[in-house]
Design a protein around this ligand. Structure first.
Ligand SMILES: [Cu+2]
Length: 157
């Protein structure tokens, strides 16, 4: 490939080639080792979850089960301090709302609390983030943050 073969005895070339190859492989494996956790930690966290201080003023319950998220549509007013109380009715699932930077496992027998400030109006798709079986892809829904007409009015809050 690099001309080694023509000028060097075959066994010598093989030897060199193997060493080169091994070193390159080790290097790319190391790169992968570093890159994968970085990508994993970034996925779903492209956005930061908008947070708030103090107790929530809007508490909503979500049940994840084969193969749906109930309710599949959640509406909250802009500026609401939301807490989602998420449980699973069967096996482990995960609640992910990429647009809000949310991605948490939901384990049987446990309650997963997810807090966010409903900051920016819009429709935020949600889905199951843990591969849970053949109907996994059907586990979708959306969180809708309804615009508050007073929010952007002069002097309004
Ligand atoms: Cu799933």
């Amino acid at each position: 490939m690099n001309g080694f073969r023509i000028w060097t005895p075959a066994d010598k070339w093989l030897d060199l080639h193997t060493k080169r190859h091994t070193r390159a492989g080790a290097k790319s494996a190391a790169t992968l080792f570093l890159a994968v956790p970085l990508l994993v930690s970034m996925s779903g966290c492209g956005k930061k979850t908008p947070v708030y201080a103090g107790p929530p003023d809007t508490v909503l319950h979500i049940v994840m089960k084969k193969w749906e998220i109930v309710p599949s549509r959640i509406e909250v007013p802009q500026d609401a301090k939301v807490e989602l109380i998420v449980t699973t009715a069967d096996i482990e699932h995960g609640i992910a709302v990429p647009g809000l930077g949310i991605n948490e496992p939901v384990q049987p027998g446990r309650v997963t609390g997810v807090r966010f400030l409903a900051q920016t109006p819009g429709v935020y798709p949600m889905h199951c983030s843990i591969l849970c079986g053949r109907g996994h892809d059907k586990m979708t829904g959306e969180i809708v943050i309804e615009a508050n007409p007073l929010a952007n009015a002069p002097g309004g809050e």
